[in-house]
Design a protein around this ligand. Structure first.
Ligand code: F6P
Length: 363
């Protein structure tokens, strides 16, 4: 298949390193292959509206490597296979993917590079099944995409969470308090687990291991008994108590198809205050984890994924996603990568490391 023009879009929640990918794609497409590149704005929404695109030149990507966010914009709402429409006063979901297909043809896009997490890559897979030549690039701060050792953005989020834990340590120690840090991680506890190990947490709560309030209190009391009059707890937003459910900040509605999580830190604080004679404070790290300049690791990984995606287009490797295996960049089918999420193994080496360090994992 002869390629003249490629499109690129960024979908789902943003994360540090997206601009490194865009720059990698634009530079290698133009310098190595003399292709044209079209940037689609605001994820798949940009393919439903022919005003939301722009050509990308070398000039357009100059200076974006250290910048957080995405110069193309993104959204974690919207799916062209399920577009909300008002019909007789009611909102119904209809399939708009034919409009996307028509717009891809109108723009003269020969192949589409989709940079996204599980949700966006599943949409890309559906488009590929309809005949669009698609290449995926894995993105998420949660690092929960299967078939790649790391997604870019995760390393930067970890740095942010670890830095927060370092800062909480000194104030926790001064005031003899329990400090709870709530971090992102809807289904997977990677950020909580690895930042907790790196930041010297005493208790780590992750969605993969339902926790017991009683055991958390015991762990804090044991520490106090050993003379450590403060404790640090890291809780992933998706962590939940044994027999209970996730703490939801906002239910799903017509605009947001999945509920917004948030509040696990406050929940745990309220519960442990009953069994501890200590002050407890909560810090919610929130979207600070998604913002800011990418780390060296994420800039390099994003650049490698971007150039690999272009090479995959040149090699007609469609329906596949760039991935990192060990130290090597490779590719895998999008279908395999999105089959299910890469969760923390409760019996795996990293959890064992945490336990060997005396960290309590909630039960
Ligand atoms: O998927 C990445 C993620 O950061 C999740 O960990 C979190 O639940 C979600 O995005 C938050 O998204 P929003 O930007 O809609 O608040």
């Amino acid at each position: 298949m002869t390629i003249g023009t490629i499109g690129i879009l960024t979908g789902g929640g943003d994360c540090p390193g997206l601009n490194a990918v865009i720059r990698g794609v634009v530079k290698s497409a133009i310098i190595r292959h003399s292709w044209e590149v079209i940037g689609i704005e605001d994820g798949f929404d940009g393919l439903l509206d022919l005003k939301k695109y722009r050509p990308l030149s070398l000039e357009d990507v100059r200076g974006i490597l250290p910048r957080g966010g995405t110069i193309l914009g993104t959204t974690n709402r919207g799916n062209p296979f399920s577009c909300p429409m008002e019909l007789e006063g009611k909102i119904v979901q209809i399939d708009c993917s034919d409009t996307v297909m028509a717009n891809i043809r109108t723009l003269g896009i020969d192949a589409l590079i989709t940079v996204g997490g599980e949700g966006s890559l599943k949409i890309a897979l559906e488009l590929s099944r309809k005949g669009v030549p698609v290449v995926g690039v894995p993105k998420t701060i949660d690092n929960d995409l299967r078939e790649t050792d790391f997604t870019f953005g995760y390393n930067t989020a970890l740095e942010t969470a670890t830095d927060a834990l370092d800062k909480l340590h000194s104030t926790a120690e001064s005031h003899h308090r329990v400090m709870i840090l709530e971090v992102m991680g809807r289904y997977a506890g990677w950020i909580a687990l690895e930042s907790g190990i790196a930041g010297g947490a005493d208790v780590i709560l992750i969605p993969e291991i339902p926790f017991s309030i009683g055991r958390i209190c015991e762990a804090v009391k044991e520490r106090s008994g050993r003379g450590s009059r403060f404790s640090i707890i890291v809780a992933a937003e998706g962590a939940f108590p044994q027999g209970g459910g996730r703490v939801v900040a906002k239910e799903a509605d017509e605009r947001n198809t999945i509920e917004r999580l948030g509040g696990i830190g406050q929940y745990v604080a309220k519960q442990i205050e009953h069994c501890l004679d200590m002050d407890v404070r909560v810090t919610v790290l929130g979207h600070l984890q998604r913002g800011g300049s990418p780390t060296t690791f994420d800039r390099a990984l994003g650049s490698r994924f971007g150039t690999k995606a272009v090479q995959m287009v040149a090699d007609n490797e469609f329906g596949r996603m760039a991935c990192l295996r060990g130290r090597h960049i490779s590719s895998v089918s999008i279908e395999d990568a999105t089959r299910d999420l890469k969760l923390v193994d409760p019996n795996g080496e990293i959890v064992q490391t945490a336990m060997d360090l005396g960290i309590m994992l909630g039960c």
